[in-house]
Design a protein around this ligand. Sequence first.
Ligand SMILES: Nc1ncnc2c1ncn2[C@@H]1O[C@H](COP(=O)(O)OP(=O)(O)OP(=O)(O)O)[C@@H](O)[C@H]1O
Ligand SMILES: [Mg+2]
Length: 147
Amino acid sequence: MNTIQNSLKLIIPSHSENEGLARLAVSGFLASAGADVSTIAELKTAVSEGVTNAIVHGYRGSYGNVTLEIKLFKSGRVKITIADKGRGIEDIERAMEPLFTTAPEEERAGLGFAIMESFCDKLRVKSSVGKGTRLTMEKYIKNGSQG
Ligand SMILES: Nc1ncnc2c1ncn2[C@@H]1O[C@H](COP(=O)(O)OP(=O)(O)OP(=O)(O)O)[C@@H](O)[C@H]1O
Ligand SMILES: [Mg+2]
């Protein structure tokens, strides 16, 4: 169940254009794993929200690397981690509430976490102020190879 079938690690600097690279990497990886179109669209959107958060909130006023890792297990489980070494989140529970945002002046809706949660089977958030944030998303892909 925990045998890894394929994996990918991408380290990208926190330029806003690189959110597109992360999306492409996820969709390419999942397409080659045989995931169906809606699963690819959902995980692409979830990753896009997570990477955008790392860039715009984590590295607000600074720069750094965002690490995206995807692992596909033989069971069809996909585990995605997105990590930054940015400012961190003070109150994770509050940050995850729908419509909560610390950047309303940028017309952010505060819906990124809600979107990630709705498109994944499981979402875990670890964060420490001044050190960074790590998201872990898990989902079963319908057409993953069995065994
Ligand atoms: N990687 C991160 N580093 C630091 N703070 C974060 C990070 N990710 C999220 N946050 C905090 O959590 C809040 C909620 O995030 P969420 O993605 O739900 O909404 P948003 O980014 O503010 O708005 P939207 O995603 O709708 O554009 C953010 O406003 C920010 O304060
Ligand atoms: Mg967001």
